[in-house]
Design a protein around this ligand. Structure first.
Ligand SMILES: [Zn+2]
Length: 74
């Protein structure tokens, strides 16, 4: 149907705002642009900018962010 939003019900699901998809305590800026793909698996991080999933935790995700636009890191 696709009219859920118009019904005044729940807002669309936003994984970036889902507390279960990020560490409870982290000031790592990488989390501003990503979230766990399959929590509690902490290795798979989805890029909020392009949707790419990296498999090396937040560290790898940040490497991806740094490589966006260059493709070498992917
Ligand atoms: Zn990305």
């Amino acid at each position: 149907d696709g009219n859920a939003a118009a019904d005044g019900g729940e807002p669309p699901y936003d994984p970036m705002k889902d507390p279960t998809r990020k560490p409870q305590r982290s000031n790592d800026p990488g989390w501003n642009y990503g979230y766990w793909s399959e929590p509690p698996n902490q290795d798979l991080v989805v890029c909020a900018l392009c949707g790419k999933i990296t498999s090396g935790g937040i560290k790898r995700h940040k490497e991806h962010l740094a490589g966006v636009g260059g493709d070498a890191i992917g």
